[in-house]
Design a binder for this molecule. Structure first.
Ligand SMILES: [Zn+2]
Length: 343
């Protein structure tokens, strides 16, 4: 695998990530549109339900109308037969038939009236529902147009990206592309990953042996992470910059903690010094008290004593000071002498 292929695979992955993002955006649009459409769809279903119910009832009613028509004709015929009866028995039979036909006709006419009433009520409800549907349609229209336009934008972008991706993939070695595709299909959308600065896989962070790291950085083989299987590439300039920025941040944080610790240490040292000084003062005061049984102004006595002791200490500690002053004065004297002789 040449460095060129590595860069190409990485770019291919970037394109694939972009495509995946646009696809998920498109899905979001589908959900949004469904949400926007929901009330209209419900209203539409109500309208359709009423329409089919109306159709059924109208069919039943028209069949009933036919039956009624037949029964009327039959009634007429029976009435005509009544005119031609000769015997009482015959008359009674025709009369019975006529009664039966009339009763059936009456029932059918009642039923027809009830159906017509139902049809009327359903038609009223239907026109109400149709109005509600139109209203809902008008209400959602602006949002619908907006979303549809945005979705169209995303679709165009997807088409463009897929075109780019196709052309780009053509330029990559088919074998390596195949490996890339198979990793991509199996993993959660990562097939190529950079080494981290400390030599780990940038995807699963398992450590890569030094020799393998060198092979990745300088060799020509395609090397995959033993931990997660992604194709490993050397760290990019941006990757290094990112890691360095992160390191700087950590170092800064550490520096701040160190400074805080030093301040703490200084405070502790100061406290100890103060305590020691106070202790020695107390001891000295105790000694002075023993030496002065008269208790006449013990404090000033102690102060003056410690001052004189400090003076002796200074003189003892720095004998060079007095020597230096002696030598200065002696050289001055010599100079004076010389001047004196010149004159
Ligand atoms: Zn890995």
């Amino acid at each position: 695998m040449t460095p060129q292929t590595r860069t190409s695979l990485k770019e291919l992955q970037e394109l694939d990530h972009e495509i995946a993002q646009v696809r998920s955006t498109l899905q979001d649009f589908e959900h949004l549109l469904e949400e926007v459409d929901a009330p209209v769809i419900r209203s539409e279903q109500d309208v359709k339900g009423l329409q089919s119910r109306l159709q059924e009832i109208k069919l039943v009613e028209s069949r009933l109308e036919l039956t009624i028509e037949e029964r009327r004709i039959r009634t007429k015929k029976v009435q005509e037969r009544m005119e031609g009866v000769r015997t009482v028995r015959e008359e009674a039979a025709v009369q019975a038939e006529l009664e039966m036909v009339r009763r059936a006709l009456e029932n059918d006419e009642k039923e027809a009236l009830s159906l017509l009433d139902q049809i009327l009520r359903i038609e009223e409800r239907l026109s109400e529902q149709e109005a509600a549907y139109e209203e809902a349609l008008v209400e959602i229209e602006p949002r619908r147009v907006e979303l549809t336009q945005e979705r169209q934008g995303a679709e165009d972008r997807l088409e463009k990206l897929e075109g780019e991706r196709g052309a780009f993939a053509e330029g990559i070695d088919p074998k390596e592309r195949q490996i890339y595709e198979s990793i991509m299909a199996g993993s959660g959308g990562v097939a190529v990953s950079e080494l981290t600065q400390d030599g780990a896989c940038g995807n699963c962070f398992s450590l890569v042996p030094l020799q393998v790291q060198n092979e990745i950085r300088h060799g020509s083989m395609m090397i995959r992470c033993e931990g997660c299987g992604v194709i490993l590439t050397p760290e990019s300039a941006e990757g290094i910059a990112r890691a360095e920025a992160e390191n700087m941040r950590i170092l800064d944080a550490l520096r701040i903690t160190e400074a805080e610790r030093e301040m703490e240490r200084a405070v502790i040292a100061e406290t100890i010094a103060t305590e020691e000084a106070e202790e020695s003062l107390v001891v000295e005061a105790g000694e002075a008290m023993k030496a002065m049984p008269t208790e006449e102004e013990p404090e000033s006595e102690v102060a003056s004593e410690s001052r004189s002791r400090a003076a002796t200490l200074e003189a003892d500690e720095d004998p060079s000071l007095s020597e230096a002053s002696e030598s200065v004065s002696s050289s001055d004297d010599e100079g004076m002498d010389e001047e004196a002789t010149d004159v």
